[in-house]
Design a protein around this ligand. Sequence first.
Ligand code: ADP
Ligand code: TRP
Length: 321
Amino acid sequence: MRILTGIQSSGTLHIGNYFGAIKQMVDLQQDNDLFIFIANYHALTSLKDANALKQNTLDAAITYLSLGIDPNKTTMWVQSDVKEVLELYWVLSAYTPMGLLERAHSYKDKVAKGIAANHALFSYPVLMAADILLYDAQIVPVGKDQIQHVEITRDIAVKFNNEHGEIFTLPEFKVEENIQTVPGTDGAKMSKSYGNTIDLFTTKKQLKKQTGKIVTESVALEEPKEYENCNVYNLCKLFLTEDELLDLQQRYKRGGEGHGHFKLYLHEKIWDYFAQAREKREYYLAHEDEVMQILEEGAQKARKIAQEKIKIIRDAVGIYR
Ligand code: ADP
Ligand code: TRP
């Protein structure tokens, strides 16, 4: 299966992003033809600081490599390295009814939040359609907020195919239904916009501060404690083995330890869980040239596919030079 997804690099990632999205990618690369690109053209719709955009692009690549994306299995590149996507974006624009874009929730939400509406923000789904259709992606893993964009992609592809024959593969979106929502330090969904995150790559001290913020009930130290609805316990579930969890349940039931002890235990577990990723990250930060090389090789593979596809598309619409 060809599975493709674009990542928007928005800086600091949290453990919700890892368990909710990145881990699936790492698993999917084993038996699939996985394509991942860093959507830097899309990022332009919200980020106007050149240094930050450049830095975020590199940082996204380093983050995914550190967390287990294997460049020998996965094709990873930067969106702007394959210019054909912009040509397809224009061609598809001519097959995109205004109404389709006017109904896009993501656009309407952003405008409602007071973000100035510019044309790129409006036509964002068309560029996303180009990303997907250029590579004949079959499956597109996305977060729930992006489902509609994949549906718009299908609508555009159908319009084009009706006119010119079966040129585009119709993609399916894939949302991980069985992935539970990772709770934040206050028990609500972990999200960078709620300020309740536990970050993936941070110092041990800062991690301790974040785990220390987890909201728990106040029960005297010697009393037995409930583990079932405890935010600390729920987070522990992500990092502990079955046996360790059973053992932790006993510690809750036994009493004699406070939530502070369980938070420290969780802190150590998180720190150890990402030890290897942290090491890889340090390595790549010190070897930027290797990251560039990986992105270049990814771009070459992606470009080859894109160039063949764009020929067929140009031919179909009559752009011949
Ligand atoms: P945030 O809510 O912090 O802004 P994003 O919307 O950028 O996160 O999410 C990026 C990806 O991470 C999406 O695929 C989303 O489903 C996943 N994700 C984010 N937060 C969580 C969470 N608390 N639990 C599970 N998955 C999450
Ligand atoms: N819009 C996606 C997001 O915000 C990123 C993205 C851009 C994408 N192009 C894509 C995702 C193509 C899947 C396929 O997360």
